[in-house]
Design a protein. Structure first.
Length: 418
């Protein structure tokens, strides 16, 4: 797999200068809306008299008007993704409009698009690893201004008042979390549309600030893959004296190794891919077990404080429990086809009073925490940047386990489709 910093026919290079280009070029103006609120809109220096039609938006942003958008959408589970013109909602007082510059490709996008998680309202733009630049904000927004570097993860709304939301766990909202794509909404398309697009409108509370030392191209996957593993690592108290196992070295697993290593833990990787052993060690693993090799499994029997299982396919789980200390937990975060559940033998957890658990992404607070943690520890996912026109081959490569380790779409490449 190509290194993400190399240029060529298939991959685009990271442009380290682009992240500050818009921020340094725009000025802000306040435009009164008919509702008595205000809208702050970015303007180019050469067009200060009117809101600018930014480079990747189909038309200008204006107060009280829906925003034309274009993305790549699933039209049917047996058809390739293709361009889709649609509308984002008008910017409300608490909304942030974001020009999407990059969007990561998560296996969840593929499961959703292929119908593995049930029927969807189509066409559907997937993608919940958004990174870009603020282009406008509603009058009540206080944390963001045009030009700020921001991201959005797996959710864009929740009820805000239930016991889970008030405790800071929006992903467990008892009234139903609004996911970044596929959730019913009053937005023009009837469902939320995701980040394989050029612009998004998101409530301020669900927008994440991206530290300046993190490349926008690398930031998107932190909003999903990193927080999905960070949340359980924190919840099960992984720390410097912990020995943990990470099962699977894909989009989730490779960043889990980096995060756990930065937390001071000893990390043992379990993989079915011998060609990933060197990568696992490079990411911070002290040892690697390939295909449950018996001598290695015996070596680590009853020695692990925690195991994080990132594999999104049906796989053998009983041997993993044998690696846990008494009272330790195996947590599954990889989710595959809904009709192919993983199973444990009844006796497996009994022998060590072990627990089998799951974890769902992370809260908004945890998402900001993990990107700040990555900033502090110089952690970044390993990515390959592609133009949006290659999304169908990218999905195929994810299914065939050929990606190393996360595809990220350069959404500026969608411009020819407008």
């Amino acid at each position: 797999m190509n290194d993400p910093t190399e240029s060529g026919d298939n991959f685009l290079p990271v442009n380290s200068g682009r992240r500050n280009l818009l921020k340094g070029a725009v000025t802000a103006a306040i435009i009164g809306s008919g509702m008595g609120t205000s809208l702050m809109i970015s303007r180019s220096a050469s067009a200060a008299s009117a809101p600018a039609a930014l480079k990747n938006i189909v038309g200008p942003i204006t107060a009280n008007s829906v925003i034309p958008a274009v993305g790549y959408a699933v039209y049917a589970s047996n058809q390739p993704l293709r361009a889709f013109k649609f509308q984002r909602r008008a910017i409300g007082p608490n909304d942030v409009a974001i020009e999407i510059q990059y969007c990561g490709v998560c296996h969840s996008d593929i499961h959703t698009g292929l119908g593995h998680w049930g029927p969807q309202k189509l066409p559907l733009v997937t993608g919940h690893e958004l990174a870009g630049v603020v282009v406008a904000v509603g009058g009540s927004v206080s944390r963001y201004r045009p030009g700020d570097r921001v991201g959005v993860g797996c959710m864009v709304d929740s009820c805000g008042v239930c016991s889970e939301c008030t405790a800071g766990f929006e992903q467990f909202c008892t009234k139903g979390t609004t996911w970044t794509y596929g959730s019913p909404t009053t937005d023009p398309t009837g469902v939320t549309q995701g980040g394989y697009a050029n612009v998004a409108v998101v409530k301020e509370h669900f927008v994440i600030s991206i530290p300046d030392n993190i490349e926008l191209a690398a930031a998107g996957p932190i909003m999903c893959s990193a927080v999905t593993v960070y949340s359980p690592l924190r919840h099960w108290d992984v720390r410097p004296d912990s020995r943990i196992g990470v099962v699977g070295l894909g989009g989730l697993g490779h960043i889990a190794v980096k995060l756990a290593k930065a937390m001071g833990a000893e990390v043992i990787v379990l993989t079915t891919s011998p060609d990933k052993v060197a990568d696992a060690r490079k990411f911070g693993a002290s040892d690697v077990i390939v295909n449950h090799e018996k001598s290695q499994m015996d070596k680590y029997a009853r020695s692990m404080d925690f195991i994080l299982d990132t594999v999104p396919y049906k796989h053998e789980m009983d041997p993993l429990i044998s690696l846990l200390k008494r009272d330790a937990t195996l947590c599954l975060v990889g989710v595959g086809k809904a009709d192919e559940p993983n199973q444990l033998a009844p006796i497996t957890t009994i022998l060590g009073r072990n627990a089998f658990a799951g974890s769902l992404i992370g809260s908004i607070r945890e998402t900001q925490d993990v990107i700040d943690f990555c900033s502090q520890h110089n952690i970044s996912p390993q990515i390959s940047i592609i133009p949006v026109q290659q999304i169908n081959s990218a999905w195929r490569n994810v299914i065939d386990k050929k990606v190393r380790y996360r595809y990220v779409i350069d959404m500026t490449s969608i411009k020819p489709e407008v």
